[in-house]
Ligand binder design. Structure first.
Ligand SMILES: C[S@@+](CC[C@H](N)C(=O)[O-])C[C@H]1O[C@@H](n2cnc3c(N)ncnc32)[C@H](O)[C@@H]1O
Length: 431
């Protein structure tokens, strides 16, 4: 390297910061106010449409310093962490307008795919204080442990003293969990805490960076007893969950069928949301005698169909599928078959689809494009899509509509209150 001069170190571009006054045009899809400055969009968290604000502008975003003319829809946020915690974006918006915003996310996603004519029903909402699953981050900070969601647009953890979104049975665990984590977390360690609840009680899951020693395992069992948990499990990284306490079942039923989901298994986020989604799915499948439930999980929807139809449940996760099969066996549902299959790389083919008179798909956020392409060429009379992402649902819906299906009805469902996430059920039929 001798004789060669180093390239000059690149200075990061300086972002100019300036105080300006803005009028907010609309709420963006992330629940953030959007204004225009010099013809370019600027994102303003915490601002509402129509508001005149003073703000500190830096690049493409601005921070409110004063609300000069508040929106008539502005309300006092119920949680003291609102604004710093990344869990909620919309606590400052009146309930009716908030629900309209959520429904509009679905309408707009469909419109972008040329499906603006599809009938979208009023949104089914879940009240605050009913969320039955959440994932928190924890980190040791000196002598204490911080535990909560990540901050808004930040990797810092907001130490939550309250969370009005959660079921009280979960929110009330936070102080005791902090004490437990002081024992489990080494020097600068962190953990992920997965909470879930059913009528039978709460489940705590701990994703740790090291296997707990015997003393720590004992503390876990004592914690489960002291907090009257239904179940407590731990795992390191991506390994399988290890039960530390199995005191009773979560008491979940899909329809009338009792189901014991695996540790950390998928669960719809609120009981009210699950009921709304299930009612819409069951109604959409009325009269179907042979049903495929794709991305079935532990059978939230398929098992809820009960004895109404022969059911073929397809799912990629072995533990979830095992729970579904065991529940069907215990309930004597001899007409339920299960298949473990990766539906992304191996979707059901047209020849396999022809034996069903209704197919349900409920994929993760990425959607079910590969499966939609095969469904679009099939003769299945009714297809029902459940989705947690209106954009990928609308993309898949476009594929089905281009294949000759009609999108007959859409029900938006709000399970993630005050967040910009919305779910939905859509029914497609061949005319
Ligand atoms: C949104 S959850 C829905 C589960 C179930 N329908 C319910 O409501 O409880 C999506 C499900 O798809 C499964 N999954 C994800 N990717 C998959 C794939 N490529 N093939 C099959 N199943 C997959 C997940 O394991 C999960 O159970």
């Amino acid at each position: 390297m001798r004789g060669r001069s180093r390239p000059p170190a690149r200075r990061p571009a300086r972002i100019e910061v300036r105080e300006i006054e803005l009028t907010i045009d609309k709420l963006g899809s992330e629940g953030v106010g959007v204004a225009r400055v010099d013809g370019k969009p600027v994102l303003v968290p915490g601002a509402l449409p129509g508001e005149r604000i003073r703000a500190r502008l830096a690049g493409g975003s601005a921070e409110i310093t004063e609300v000069l003319e508040p929106s008539p829809d502005r309300v006092a946020p119920p949680c003291r962490h609102f604004g710093t915690c990344g869990g909620c974006a919309l606590q400052h918006l009146g309930w009716r307008t908030y629900l309209d915003f959520k429904r509009d996310l679905v309408v707009e996603a469909l419109r972008r795919q040329g499906l603006g004519e599809a009938p979208v029903a009023a949104i089914a909402s879940s009240p605050p204080g009913t969320r039955r699953r959440a994932v928190f981050e924890a980190k040791r900070a000196g002598g204490t442990v911080v535990l909560g969601f990540h901050g808004r647009a930040s990797h810092q953890i907001v130490d939550l003293g309250e969370c009005p979104v959660l079921l009280p049975v979960l929110a009330d665990l936070l102080p005791a969990l902090r004490d437990l984590l002081k024992i489990l977390l080494p020097g600068a360690g962190g953990a992920t805490v997965q909470l879930a609840a059913g009528p039978g009680g709460a489940e705590v899951g701990l994703v740790l960076s090291a296997i707990p020693d015997l003393g720590q395992l004992e503390r876990l069992a004592l914690f489960a007893e002291a907090q009257d948990l239904a179940r407590l499990w731990w795992r390191v990284g991506d390994t399988a969950p290890v039960p530390a306490a199995q005191r009773r079942s979560l008491g979940l039923r899909f329809g009338t069928v009792p189901v014991d989901p695996p540790s950390g298994g998928f669960l719809q986020a609120t009981a009210a949301g699950e009921a709304a989604l299930t009612a819409a799915v069951v109604e959409a499948m009325t009269g179907a005698e042979r049903v495929a439930d794709l991305f079935a999980g532990c059978g939230t929807f398929g098992l809820a169909l009960g004895a109404r139809a022969e059911l073929h449940a397809v799912e990629g996760d072995a533990a979830a599928l095992g729970a579904l099969a065991a529940a069907a066996r215990r309930a004597g549902l001899g007409f339920v078959t299960t298949e473990r299959r990766d539906l992304e790389s191996r979707p059901l083919l047209v020849t396999e689809l022809k034996r069903f008179d209704a197919v349900l798909f409920d994929p993760p956020r990425a959607g079910a494009k590969a499966q939609a392409l095969h469904l679009a060429q099939s003769t299945v009379p009714v297809v029902v899509g459940v989705s947690c992402n209106p954009a990928t649902f609308a993309r898949d819906a476009r594929i089905l509509v281009d294949g000759g299906y009609r999108l007959e009805s859409v029900l938006p469902v709000d399970q993630f209150v005050w967040s910009p996430h919305v779910e939905l059920v859509g029914r497609f039929a061949r005319p």
